[in-house]
Design a protein around this ligand. Structure first.
Ligand code: LMR
Length: 331
């Protein structure tokens, strides 16, 4: 009888071990945008590559569109381990205490993707990721989105047109200063709430690249979109450090390889995704697209570059100088 009980217990234990060995490693990857965006598609590609290459040993669970956590919640969820991976915009690292990331928000600091990549692929990109480690976070990759447009329900061509408008921004002091430099009122708000806030008039306008504008259907609630290209919006793909360090080495290597390939894919499609989204807004016939004259562009730039100096102490003079060196920006 005793032997039988022991045998059953041993069998049950062996079964439990075997079952555990077969359990896939689950990576919850949460983000706030639609699937049909550069970030949404990059995340899909990462999932596909990881699951193929690890033959199901790793399962990537994607939670797009703020379906698991929204802005203001997701960083803490990552640090607590409720989610393993995120790709927040670079404008959302200030509240974490990594204010240096706001260098990417400085108006007009990048003229194009090539200039931006000199920074993300260079020493500044690496130094910023190093800063995250003390916060229990590892930076895996930079993913592109694109250059921002401004929108509102009145024509916005010159700085004076923004006076008094309530503009939704992400949680970045630099972006707050940018809106104030136009005489408008910045309002920090989670991305998931923007459509409704525009619809109900809680805010008058906002800024984002066309892909975010179109996939959130902002053309339904904004009459004018100005092609200002006044700043860049992109992402850092980040992972919980404890989780990452605890992965079997071969799994980590597979994830790193998949991230490298998903990054190339996401960055290759970003520009065209934004061009297509702008075209789709145009075709919708709901939002008038304002092309600024060289004089209007120059006036916007003049009004906004003051934000660089204002944020020198916050971001760090050295970091700003390094970015200027890489991009050739002249203040
Ligand atoms: C926003 O909050 O406006 C965007 O950063 C959302 C995103 O992740 O692209």
């Amino acid at each position: 009888m005793r032997f039988k009980t022991l045998a059953i217990a041993a069998f049950a234990l062996a079964f439990a071990f075997a079952a555990q060995a077969q359990q896939p490693i689950v990576v919850k990857f949460s983000h706030v945008v639609a699937v049909d965006t550069p970030k949404g598609k990059g995340a899909e590609r990462f999932k596909q590559l990881v699951e193929e290459r690890t033959k199901g040993r790793v399962k990537i669970e994607l939670y797009p569109n703020s379906s698991l956590f929204k802005d203001g919640e997701e960083m803490e969820a990552l640090q607590l381990g409720s989610v393993q991976m995120l790709a927040p915009s670079l404008a959302k690292f200030g509240p974490l205490g990594a204010r240096e990331f706001e260098v990417f928000d400085l108006p007009y600091i990048f003229d194009n993707y090539a200039e931006l990549h000199k920074v993300t692929d260079g020493p500044v990109g690496a130094a910023l990721f190093k800063k995250l480690e003390s916060k229990g976070i590892i930076g895996l990759a930079y993913w592109d989105n694109g250059f921002k447009v401004m929108s509102a329900n009145k024509p916005i061509r010159m700085p004076a047109d923004y006076k008094g408008l309530k503009m939704r921004i992400q949680s970045s002091k630099v972006l707050g200063d940018e809106i104030k430099a136009l005489g408008a009122i910045p309002q920090v708000m989670a991305f998931s709430e923007v459509y409704q806030a525009l619809q109900t008039g809680v805010v008058d306008g906002t800024e984002n690249p066309p892909s975010n504008f179109y996939t959130q259907k902002m053309q339904e609630v904004q009459k004018y979109l100005a092609l200002t290209d006044h700043g860049y919006l992109g992402y850092a793909v980040i992972v919980n450090k404890k989780f990452w360090d605890g992965l079997p080495a071969d799994v980590r290597t597979a994830l790193e390889g998949a991230m490298k390939d998903a990054t190339k894919y996401a960055n290759d499609i970003a520009k065209k995704e934004n061009e297509d989204a702008l075209e789709a807004v145009r075709k919708s016939g709901k939002t008038e697209i304002l092309v600024l004259t060289p004089e209007q562009k120059a006036a916007m730039k003049k009004a906004l570059v003051v934000v660089h100096k204002e944020n020198e102490a916050r971001i760090g003079k050295d970091i700003i100088a390094e970015v200027y060196k890489a991009t050739g920006f002249q203040p």
